[in-house]
Structure formats: structure tokens, C-alpha cells
Write a protein that binds this ligand. Sequence first.
Ligand code: PMV
Length: 320
Amino acid sequence: MSPVASAPGKVILCGEHAVVYGAPAIALPLSGIRAYAKIVKGDHPLTIIAEDLAEPPRVYRTGEMDMADPLALMARLAVEYLDAEDISGAIRLKSDIPIASGLGSGAAVSTALGRAIAMLYASEIPDKELSQLVYEVEKLHHGTPSGVDNTVVVYEAPVYFIKDHSIDLIKIAKPLQLVLAETGIAALTRDAVAAVRRRRQSAPARTAATFAEIGAIANEARDCLASGATRRLGELMTANHRLLQGLDVSSPELDRLVAAGLNGGAYGAKLSGGGRGGNIIALVDEHSVDAVRAKLLEAGAKRAMVASAGEGTGDDDDSD
Ligand code: PMV
């Protein structure tokens, strides 16, 4: 069997957008929703085959790559890091993670690709350095990324993240059970981030106050995760959604899904990631999961996936 590298999708539990301006955010890796990079040894120059990431499937060959393309840039950065210009073989990319929907697809594909290139070269890129390379690629997706996506995806552990601070991998009492519901609207994080930037320029005091409230939510959510206070965590998620509405990064479709999730008995619900489209996350338990899923589909969700989030050790704080 060919070796396979992989990386998880992620959700932002709280703090998106405010995190770009220094507030804390919490992000969790998803279990079982991943990007894969299968390694096929061969003596041809490095070739990357993106099977279901682009329509029609794309093939990248060393020497013909456009560095404005995230896959090409990741390949180049990994090859440079490994000093592996003579690398040969092929990598087939596949992903279960919906694209442009706030679930970390870009960071997970980059991470899996970086790991696969290292494996193909019989080497390894340590997480800290890999996260930095993925961050460089995230700039193409986001413009001014905070760094939360690459961190949670590469370390594959719950993270309490403050931009430009040391990485804080956290322990949580138990993984969260979530329903992820898709609006079916693909939205670019870059556009939502730019809209918040404009808002911050036009209404600085009000926007700063919102960021501070979101930061307070992230801090309390961290305590709830540690103690397993699921009910309160849900309330905080819904409060975070209301604040994101105030930043104008929600949408009627997202709001409808949040309302439907709550109506179905979720502890809380919110958009997750850039917003304006993509997914909402609803916090559920085994008693509410079916009703919440049904309500979300009834309210127009294109898909409603049940997922567990937050597994991962959080043991090795990487604090420099
Ligand atoms: O990649 P997304 O859509 O999950 O968004 C990342 C979260 C933002 O805070 C909106 C942007 C960032 O760089 O932190």
C-alpha cells in the first residue's frame, strides 16, 4: 500500500475575525474529516495530482508551477525547506473537507502535501516549521491570516490562539459533538476579513468593543472546555454569533441555520470561520443530535454532518 500523509479539517469555536486584531480564539480539529496526500514513488519529476480539489482534476509538475496557486506554492516551500530539488515521484491529493466553507480545507491540504513531500524525500518537516510554511500559503487564501488555521490543523489539537503569541495547546474535558450544516454558499474568507477591516476603519470604537466582547467569550469558553460545562459553552457560542452578526459577516442563510439549530435543541450555534457563507456549527449531545440535524435540513442546509471536534492531546505546549 502507498504511504499516505493527512491532516484534519477544523472548526473555530469562537473568536474568528477578532483574532486578526489580537483577541484570543479557540479552534478545534475535526475527527474523521481530513485531507489526504498519497505518495506514489517514481523517477519522474515531482508531480501533484489534485483529484477532487479542482474541476477538472489538476496536475502540477515541477518547473510548470504558478506560485500564485496554493498547491504549487506549498510544494515549492516544502522542496526548498527540505533542500530537495532532485525530488521525484507523485502525490495524489484527496479531501473530505468542503472547500471555501470555513472548515480549514486549504490549511489541511497544504499540511498533508507538505508532509507527503517530506515522506517522499524520506525526511520530515517538524510541526513548528510546517505550520510556518502553511501560514505562508494561507496568505494566498486570506490576505492577512491570523495563523489560527495552520496552527490547529498542523498540531491537530485544540488551540487557544492569540496572534503572534506562543502556541497554547489546551486540554479539554471531552470532545464536542457538533452538527456542521452547510449553507451551500462558497464565501472567500479574504472578502469577509476585508469587510471587517473597513468596518474597523469607519467605526473604530464600536468595532474594538465588539472584539473585546468576543475575546471575553473565548476566555470563558476555554474554562468551559476544561470543565466540561457544555450548556454554558453553547450560550457563549450563540452570543459569539450575535457579535459576528454585528460585524456583518453573517448572512440570512447562516442566521436561519443558527436559529434552526437552536430550535432543534442545540446548546448553542454560530457561524464558524470567515462567514458570509460556508458552515454553521451547532453544539449538541446524543439526545439532541437527530432533532438538530433534521431541523437544519428542513431549514435549507445543503448538508448536515455530525462530527466530533477537539480530540488531540494538547500535551506538548510549544511555547517559544
Ligand atoms: O479560514 P476560515 O474561513 O476558517 O477563517 C479563519 C478565521 C478568520 O478569523 C476569519 C481569519 C483569520 O485569519 O483568523
